[in-house]
Design a protein around this ligand. Sequence first.
Ligand code: GAP
Length: 494
Amino acid sequence: MLSIQDMFVFCKKKGFVFPDSEIYGGLAGFWDYGPLGIELKRNIINEWWQRFVHEREDIVGIDGAIITNPKVWEASGHVDHFLDVLVECGKCNYRVKAESLIEDFLGIRAEGLKPEDFDRLIKENKIRCPKCKGEFKKARFLQLMFETSVGPVDGVKSYLRPETAQLIFINFRNVVETSRVKLPFGIAQVGKAFRNEISPRDFLFRAREFEQMEIEYFVHPDRLDECSYFDEVKDMEVNVLTAKMQEAGVKEAKKMRVADLVTERIATKWHAYWIALAYKWFVDLGINPKNLRLREHLHSELAHYAGACIDIEYRFPFGWKEIYGNADRKQFDLQQHSNYSKKELCLYDQATKQKVVPYVAAEPSQGVDRTFLAFLFDAYSYDKKRGNVVLKLHPRLAPIKVAVFPLLSNKPELIKKAREVYTTLKSHFNCFYDQSGSIGRRYARQDEIGTPFCVTIDFDSLKQNDVTVRDRDTTKQTRVKIDDLAGWIGKHLK
Ligand code: GAP
């Protein structure tokens, strides 16, 4: 099985992702996307925005600032609660996130534990520093937000946002006043988030700078189970690891209908609906459902704002890990910002003729970078017969949609025709032109980066004005008229 280290090597070699500032030795937890990586990442974001914003009438988008008034983070609870527990070796000063240390040594989940719980576990299990076998000092909390200073002289202390969500809450009033939205509705945002992780690791999985795609979905607090779209998802089957199963030591998820999440009181209808939509989004874009599961949070790991939370986890080579979280955030954030800013953050409800603070029934929150990794792992395969990697990305996600080749690189008439075809296709799709090496080698290079179609111009093309289109997954070749080519490819990219 491909390890996360192998995936890093593959991504770097092919130009998907590079270590940030590599020529200066890099910086832990920071990554730069290369020419292919940026295409895949943009396609992921576009697919998400298309499905959850453009195709819906109940969602609008915003793009908030990364640095904002520091009171935002006091009100949201991040200054007091957005902390990680650090343990440090007394001998060699090796520092590690306590949660990761315990998970690595004992194989148990340790989210939400306090410093004293970690001290006890370290003592009871005689855990020593993995670097020098020294003893650990007492565990302590560390703030996860990056601090910054705003203004060149005597700057005001603020923070880089650790989630995009708060920008949605603080713009709630502006959006309501300008967009004519009515409950139930959502506000979406895609953008960077920053966390000063103690132990960035597993490549893009735990980074210090990453990107989120988030929605805050507001409903009337008395109507958490009045979801008019619920019938669309109620019979969908999903793999679930409930909190009860985890408490009983069960490791394997079980199949449940989305409706069962509601009857078993794991989620309200709105909450379950939004989780189902995300699960479906992953599957529609090619993730094998066997590699996806829902995991209900245990009470002890709930964030300070959450009433309930369900993650979507992906089966990475380093275990089942969260790629998406969806919390029931209640009225917590709007109430907090209302108290701190002294501004009313409520809506007038026509039905009851009363003002109401909307309830965040669902907060779909998805990491772009983790989604990127999951799609790559799921698509990666090695074809023994061909002797090369085939990256079976969904055509809509593929960085390059079509590669165009002249059959032979020493025939000017083939090159001329191929360049003409390439120029025409380039105005429709992201294309690549290649005339170097054997045709087999050119196919292999495109297979490895996930290009769904390769178009070859041969001598028949000159007479018949047609080309061969080779399919990445089946290697099947189809003859298509050049005049119909853009339409044919457009149809097959869906
Ligand atoms: N607004 C809710 C929120 O931020 P979260 O579970 O802390 O919730 C949401 O983060 C998603 O952001 C995660 O599911 C994950 O995909 C991504 N994420 C969080 N921390 C990350 C990190 N250090 N590196 C990469 N992605 C991260």
